[in-house]
Write a protein that binds this ligand. Structure first.
Ligand code: MG
Length: 235
């Protein structure tokens, strides 16, 4: 599952924390005001914003772990400040509770957020980050398409089961979520709780578009529509 625009809305705290971490570690956050985060990994964001300023890829990478740590630090402080409203999208809290209890499901995150940021945002919106035992994160690649295979490998390692094709379900709010799911032959469910309309998402051919994840039973039916529940892994 994707985080921003799918599980929760973070009220701009992502952009604010990336801005502070960029300024602390690289000395500049130029271009961030007009930058579109949706669907992109944080590693890609850092490379894109600094790349146009003339930073070499190797120089960016040298400090990337510092950036990763600074981002978690600033996100923690901004959450504690109470200045940002981080709220779960409609129905997502009960949906995750329900999926958490389904035998054979390995609930995973596939997100542009870094591994350090993701649990902080989730907890701030009322989720238990431990309900997502595996994930693939935005510090692990500049390419979102790299993330689902990582998540699947980790789910297989954790569960001892094999997950392939439509046994994997990718739920997200952007064209990039659809693309990265289709890349591994997963089923893709798009939600309109982010920043994209059905008209913008449909050309990317998701298997299903839902207004939101509010109707828990309907969403569970959609997730388990074609395959045996024992083999299904939403990610
Ligand atoms: Mg998103």
């Amino acid at each position: 599952m994707d985080i921003d625009g799918t599980l929760l809305r973070a009220g701009g705290i992502g952009r604010a924390s990336v801005r502070l971490a960029l300024e602390e570690v690289y000395g500049s956050s130029a271009g961030i005001d007009d930058y579109r985060f949706g669907g992109r990994t944080d590693r890609a964001t850092v490379h894109r914003l600094l790349g146009v300023q003339g930073w070499a890829s190797e120089a960016i990478e040298e400090r990337f772990e510092d950036f990763h740590a600074a981002l978690a630090h600033h996100l923690t402080q901004l959450i504690a400040s109470g200045a940002f409203e981080i709220i779960a999208c409609p129905g997502t809290l009960p949906l995750i509770d329900a999926l958490h209890g389904v035998e054979g499901v390995v609930l995973g995150l596939v997100t542009g957020n870094t591994a350090g940021s993701a649990p902080l945002k989730l907890a701030a919106a009322g989720f238990d980050p431990l309900h997502f035992p595996i994930g693939a994160f935005g510090d692990e690649s500049q390419e979102r398409n790299d993330l689902p295979p990582l998540a699947v490998a980790r789910a297989e390692q954790l569960s001892g089961a094999r997950f392939h094709g439509s046994q994997v379900v990718v739920i997200g709010d952007t064209p990039d979520d659809i693309r990265c799911g289709r890349h591994i032959g997963a089923r893709t469910i798009s939600v309109l709780t982010g920043w994209y309309s059905a008209e913008q998402l449909n050309p990317h051919q998701p298997d299903l578009v839902l207004d939101d994840l509010q109707d828990t039973n309907a969403v569970l039916q959609a997730i388990f529509a074609t395959d045996n529940a024992q083999e299904k892994r939403p990610s």
